[in-house]
Design a protein around this ligand. Sequence first.
Ligand code: MN
Length: 293
Amino acid sequence: MSNMRTIEKIIPPPAIHWVGNGFRVHNFFPSGTDLSMYRMSPFFLMDYNSKHYFEPSETPRGVGVHPHRGIETVTFAYHGKVAHHDSAGNAGIIGEGDVQWMTAGGGVLHKEYHEKEFNRAGGFFQMVQLWVNLPAKDKMTPAKYQGIENKDMGKYFMPNNLGVIDVCAGTYKDIKGPASTFTPIELYNCKLKKSAETNFSFNRNYNTAFLVIDGKIKINDISIADTNHFILFNNDGEDINIEALDDSLILVLSGEPIRETVVPYGPFVMNTREEIIQCYNDYNEGKFGYLEN
Ligand code: MN
C-alpha cells in the first residue's frame, strides 16, 4: 500500500499587491486563491515577495507602525535585508537565509522596513511572510521575538554534497530546528543541487505545502513545479519525494491544524467577533504599547 501524499493543486503566483511601499507580494492564502482560509491551518496567511529588483532609494520602504494580536509573524529573507522594530523593545535585521519570528500574542506594535543600507544601495529583494495562528489558550501570551540566523538553524547535509536542508522549526531526519512554537510546526528551507533527490514524511493530518523559491522540482516522480509556484498537498498520506530538475530552493511548511473557529480582521486573528472589537478598543486605549514611526 502506497503511503504517498498526492498533490491537491499547484498554484501559480497570484497577481501582486503592495503591502506598504516595500513589499510587492503574491498572497497564496487566505485570499490569493480559492483556498478556504482554514485550509492551511495553523498557517493563516502567506505573502510572497518574489525576486524583484528595487532601485537605490533614500526614501524608506516598508510598512509603518501597526498592531497585531492573536498570531505570530514569521519572515524568511532570501534576497535583501529586512529590519524590524516592535513596541516590546525588540529589533533585528535579517538577511539571506535568516528568519525573524515575532509572537504578537496579546498585542504588539511593529514596523517592517528594507534595511537602510540595502535600501540606499538597491538590489534584489525576495522574502516570505507567514502568519502562524495561535490556539485560543495562547492568543494573549506575552509578545516575544526570535531572531533566527542561518547559522543557528538545524542543518541536514545531503550525501555527496548534493544539498542542505535548513531546519527552522520541527525536526527533519533527527535534525531539530531552533524555533519555539505553540503548536507542532515544521518549516524548512531545502537547497538542492540539480538532480538531488530527497523525501519527507509528515503526519497525514498536518496541512502541508511547498513554495518553490528558486529552480524547478519534480514531485512524486510525476508532477513538475516551477519557480514561484505553490504546491498544496492532500491529507491522504505521509510521504513526499522530490527531485531537483535544476539547482533549487524550496520552502517546506507543514503543521498540525488548529481546529478552532477563526475570526480575522485586518491585522488581528481571534476566535470571536467580540474579541476583535476588544482588539480595537485596546488599540485605541494604547494598550498595545508605543512605537515611534
Ligand atoms: Mn506586520
